[in-house]
Design a protein. Structure first.
Length: 515
C-alpha cells in the first residue's frame, strides 16, 4: 500500500500508515559497538503511542514544548512520533552542547517536559539548575528523580486533540550571526513535503534502505533519512557515534542503498586505509553536502562503487534547497540545481536578480510552513528579516552557470563550518569577552583538511589578561567541544577598516598562514 502523505496529514500520519502496512522494511539502529537493533515500523508506532500516553499523563498538551536531549538512539524516533501524536512541539537539543548553552535554549522554549538519554541526565540537570523552567523529567534509562519513558503499557492510538498540517511540529536551534542561537520552527507540512521531495529527487523505492550517522537532532538525520524513508515505506538505518573505520561495515550490516554523508565524514573515511571489501555493498547513491577535493571524491566513488551527488540547504529551508539530479551531470563542486518545488534566485544588494556568472545572495521562494520554515521561535523581527515577500534570504553568496547549477562563493553570515556543525563566530567571541582581561576578540575559520574548518580566535588583552590556557579552559566550560577555538592568537591590535570595524579578511589570511 502507499505510505505517502496526503494534504491533510501530519507527521503522526506517517507512523500510523507504516504501522498498518504489510511491507518488510523497518527502522534499524546501529549502536556505538556496531550491534544492530531492528524495530518493525508497526512496533515504532506503538512505542510512540506509549510515550505519548506517558507525556499526556504528565500534563503535556497540544502546543506544549517537549525537549529531547539525546544522541542518536532507538528511542529518538519514538519520541518524535509521540510529540506528533499529541500535537506538542518537539525540541531536539544538540547533545554536544555544554550546560550553559542548554540552559539558554531551555529557557527560550520553556518546555513542559524534557526527555534525556541516560548519558545526558547530568548535563540536563545542570542546565535546569540555571534555567528558569520546571518541566516534567523523563529519561530513556534510569536516574534518581526522573521518570522512565513508558515503552510498555497501553498506547494512545489517535490524537487526543485536533492537529493540522500547518501546526508546529518542532523547533531546531541553529547558529546565526547573533551571539545566541535561534529556534527554527517547522510545521508538520514542512516535514512531509521535504520527505516527499527527497523521495522524488533520489527515486526512492520501498526496497531502499537509507542510512546515516548524522544526528537526529539536525535536519540531516531527520529529513535526509528518517522521514523520506517513512514516506515511501523504505527502510531507515540510523547509526550512533560516527566511526570512519566502521562506516563500510555498517553499510553492509544495514543493506544501505542510499547513504547521505557530510564532507568532513568523507575526509575521515578516506583517511582510513582502503579494504578489498569496501565495494561489497548495495549502495546506489551517496548524497553529500560540502564538496571535498575532486581527486578525493573520485577516489571515494571508486572505493565504494556509488556516485556522489551534491546537496545543500539549511534548517530554515527545512533541509535541501539545491541538489544534483541522480542521473544527471555531476559538476564538482556545485551545490546542485534548485530542488523540486523550490524556486531560487541570486540577488544583488538592491534585491534585483542577477544573470548567470554574477555572484549574489541565494534566496529561496516558498510558503512559510511549506517549502520554508514557519519562522523563528519568539523572534518576529528576525523572522521578518529572513522571510521577505515570500523569499527566504539565506545569507549565502553563490553564482549560477548557464544551466542553473549553483556554486557556493562565500558566507554573508559569519558562520564557521566545523565537521558539519555550524559555529557562530560571535557566540564564541561573546564567551571570550566574558573573561576579565580580554579587551577584544575576533573569531574566524581556517580551512581544515579533515573537519572543514578550524576555529581560530584572535584576542587583544589587557596588561593583566588571562593566559591562552585559561581562555581555552573558560571556553570549554561554556561551549560545546566543537565550538572551542583550536588556536587562540594574542595580538597587539585588531586590523580595522576606515570606520573602525574589525577587518576579518585580514585575520582569515593570517589564520591561513598569510602575512
Amino acid at each position: 500500500m502507499s505510505t505517502g502523505p496526503t494534504g491533510s496529514d501530519t507527521v503522526w500520519s506517517l507512523y500510523r500508515r507504516l504501522a498498518d502496512s504489510t511491507g518488510s522494511s523497518s527502522l534499524v539502529f546501529v549502536d556505538d559497538t556496531g550491534a544492530v537493533h531492528d524495530t518493525a515500523w508497526a512496533e515504532l508506532a506503538a512505542r510512540a503511542g506509549r510515550v505519548a500516553a506517558g507525556l499526556r499523563a504528565a500534563g503535556v498538551r497540544r502546543g506544549d514544548r517537549v525537549a529531547l536531549l539525546d544522541a542518536n538512539s532507538a528511542e529518538f524516533p519514538a519520541v518524535l512520533g509521540a510529540t506528533a501524536l499529541l500535537g506538542a512541539i518537539a525540541v531536539p537539543l544538540n547533545s554536544l552542547l555544554a550546560p550553559p548553552e542548554l540552559a539558554y535554549q531551555l529557557g527560550d522554549v520553556e518546555p513542559a517536559a524534557i526527555i534525556a538519554g541516560p548519558r545526558f541526565v547530568s548535563a540536563a540537570e545542570q542546565a535546569l539548575g540555571t534555567a528558569d523552567v520546571s518541566p516534567a523529567r523523563f529519561t530513556t534509562g534510569a536516574a534518581d528523580g526522573w521518570q522512565s519513558v513508558p515503552l510498555d503499557g497501553d498506547p494512545l492510538d489517535g490524537p487526543p486533540e485536533r492537529v493540522g498540517p500547518m501546526d508546529p511540529f518542532q523547533i531546531l536551534f541553529t547558529s546565526g550571526t547573533t551571539s545566541r542561537p535561534k529556534g527554527v520552527l517547522h510545521s508538520h507540512r514542512n516535514i512531509l513535503e521535504e520527505a516527499l521531495r527527497q523521495a522524488y529527487q533520489w527515486a526512492l523505492r520501498p526496497d531502499d534502505v537509507l542510512f546515516t550517522h548524522m544526528p537526529l537532532f539536525h535536519v540531516a538525520g531527520q529529513n535526509l533519512v528518517l522521514f523520506p524513508a517513512m514516506s515511501v515505506g523504505a527502510g531507515a538505518a540510523i547509526g550512533g557515534a560516527f566511526s570512519a573505520s566502521r562506516w563500510a561495515d555498517d553499510l553492509r550490516k544495514t543493506g544501505a542503498t542510499v547513504a547521505p554523508v557530510a564532507g568532513a565524514q568523507i575526509r575521515m573515511i578516506m583517511a582510513q586505509a582502503g579494504r578489498p571489501e569496501d565495494a561489497d555493498n548495495r549502495l546506489r547513491l551517496i548524497p553529500s553536502g560540502i564538496a571535498v577535493p575532486a581527486d578525493m571524491e573520485a577516489a571515494f566513488v571508486e572505493r565504494f562503487g556509488a556516485p556522489v551527488r551534491s546537496i545543500s540547504g539549511s534548517t530554515e529551508s527545512i533541509a535541501v534547497s539545491y541538489c544534483e539530479p541522480v542521473w544527471g551531470e555531476h559538476r564538482h563542486p556545485a551545490l546542485g540545481r534548485p530542488t523540486f518545488g523550490k524556486q531560487v534566485e541570486i540577488r544583488d544588494e538592491t534585491g534585483a536578480a542577477v544573470p548567470p556568472g554574477t555572484p549574489g545572495e541565494l534566496c529561496v521562494r516558498g510558503t512559510p510552513g511549506a517549502e520554508v520554515m514557519l519562522g523563528y521561535w519568539n523572534r518576529p523581527e528576525e523572522t521578518a528579516k529572513a522571510l521577505v515577500d515570500g523569499w527566504l534570504h539565506t545569507g549565502d553568496i553563490g553564482v549560477a552557470d548557464e544551466d542553473g547549477y549553483i556554486f557556493f562563493v562565500d558566507r554573508k553570515k559569519d558562520i564557521i563550518k566545523r565537521s558539519g556543525e555550524n559555529v557562530s563566530a560571535s557566540e564564541v567571541e561573546r564567551v571570550l569577552l566574558e573573561l576579565g582581561g580580554v579587551r577584544e576578540a575576533a573569531v574566524v575559520g581556517r580551512p581544515d583538511p579533515i573537519r572543514d574548518e578550524a576555529v581560530v580566535a584572535f584576542v587583544v588583552l589587557d596588561a593583566d589578561g588571562p593566559s591562552v590556557e585559561k581562555m581555552t579552559e573558560h571556553c570549554a566550560g561554556q561551549l560545546a567541544r566543537f565550538k572551542v577555538p583550536e588556536e587562540i592568537v594574542v595580538i597587539d591590535a585588531m586590523p580595522t577598516t576606515s570606520i573602525g570595524k574589525i577587518e576579518k579578511g585580514a585575520l582569515r589570511e593570517r589564520a591561513r598562514g598569510g602575512a
